[in-house]
Ligand binder design. Structure first.
Ligand code: TXA
Ligand code: MG
Length: 312
């Protein structure tokens, strides 16, 4: 059911879970310091207990409750927060012992971000830090609209509707506990921008780093429909949705989505396209290959999510 801000805050403080809007995707929120509530989010999602959660804050003074930073780490966090927060960048830092172990999957670090969404920020101001994994059942695409949350959890779950998520892809996850920094999950904030701001070399996760972002080990959402990169020489099978980003599109049909170089909008729509294709019993989702050499982090994050959905 849809609830308002007052009700959402009340439910969260009472130890209940509430789906909340953010600029990236909707989250399944719980009070970060109420173990039973956090446990419930794992159970509802069907999420393995060793896959840690992101703690969401509304102002940097809350950091002292959840993290324990040395001088160097504090400087890094302050600089990155001043430029990128509120926004789609999650920082992995040393955790506070006060935080329930379940939040961090037993790791010595905690992932933190400040969402760039007015409703979420107002809520967290009232409740304090909230854990929030994406509000989908494990194995489904992240929800970018309130209706997606309801598709996965039914009407029994309280949903704070903050409109469609503006970005549509999950946040970048950056490990700053060591240098060079490591991007554990690609998002719309890219390595180049982080390097420019911090002057610190920033690498992309290698397989060696996989164990540091446990979530990336698990299978990702694959729609019922086959997701494939479009091969222009191939016969177009019936029952397909085409996702194009140049203006040269295959002829005719209602099932051709044209983005005409607007990758931000494609990112915003991607998970809705996946969900809609399954709802319509499509056989294929054929996506025009993205520009290979692009350093645009939106394109890189899109490629990452589409590759995973395609199982490549
Ligand atoms: O955009 C987002 O980040 C959304 C919205 C709701 O904020 N949340 C989200 O949460 O995508 P979730 O739980 O679906 O993904 C969290 C990711 C996982 O890949 C997890 O393994 C990683 O963050 N993570 C969490 N804590 C970590 C830690 N201490 N060290 C390394 N990776 C961590
Ligand atoms: Mg998720």
């Amino acid at each position: 059911m849809i609830v308002n801000l007052n009700t959402a805050a009340f439910l969260l403080k009472s130890g209940d879970v509430v789906a909340i809007p953010t600029e990236t995707v909707y989250g399944l929120a719980a009070d970060a310091f109420q173990l039973q509530a956090v446990k419930k989010t794992f159970q509802m999602k069907g999420r393995p207990a060793d896959n840690p959660l992101i703690v969401h804050i509304s102002n940097t003074s809350q950091l002292s409750q959840i993290s324990q930073l040395n001088v160097e780490e504090r400087k890094r966090v302050e600089l990155l927060a001043s430029v990128f927060w509120p926004g789609p960048l999650t920082l992995v830092m040393q955790r506070s012992p006060q935080l329930p172990d379940l939040v961090t999957g037993g790791l010595s670090t905690v992932a933190v971000r400040m969402p760039d969404h007015e409703v979420a920020l107002q809520l967290i101001e009232r409740t304090g830090p909230l854990t929030a994994p994406s509000a989908n059942r494990s194995g489904r695409p992240s929800p970018t609209r309130a209706i997606h949350v309801m598709q996965d959890f039914g009407d029994g779950l309280a949903v704070l509707d903050g409109g469609n998520s503006r970005i549509g892809l999950e946040s970048s996850v950056l490990d700053i506990t060591q240098t060079p920094f490591v991007i554990l999950r690609k998002g719309v904030v890219g390595a180049e921008e982080i390097e420019r701001v911090t002057g610190t070399e920033t690498l992309l996760r290698s397989d060696r780093d996989l164990r540091r972002s446990p979530g990336t080990r698990y299978t990702h959402y694959k729609p019922e429909a086959d997701v494939r990169w479009l091969n222009p020489d191939e016969e177009m099978p019936d029952g397909s949705i085409f996702v194009m980003h140049t203006s040269s599109s295959p002829d005719g049909g209602d099932d051709i989505l044209c983005y005409d170089g607007d990758f931000d909008t494609l990112a915003r729509d991607l998970y809705d396209i996946f969900r809609t294709a399954d709802y319509q019993n499509k056989k294929y989702i054929l996506i025009e290959d993205l520009p290979e050499d692009s350093e645009n982090p939106v394109i890189q994050a899109l490629r990452d999510r589409i590759d995973r959905a395609a199982g490549s």
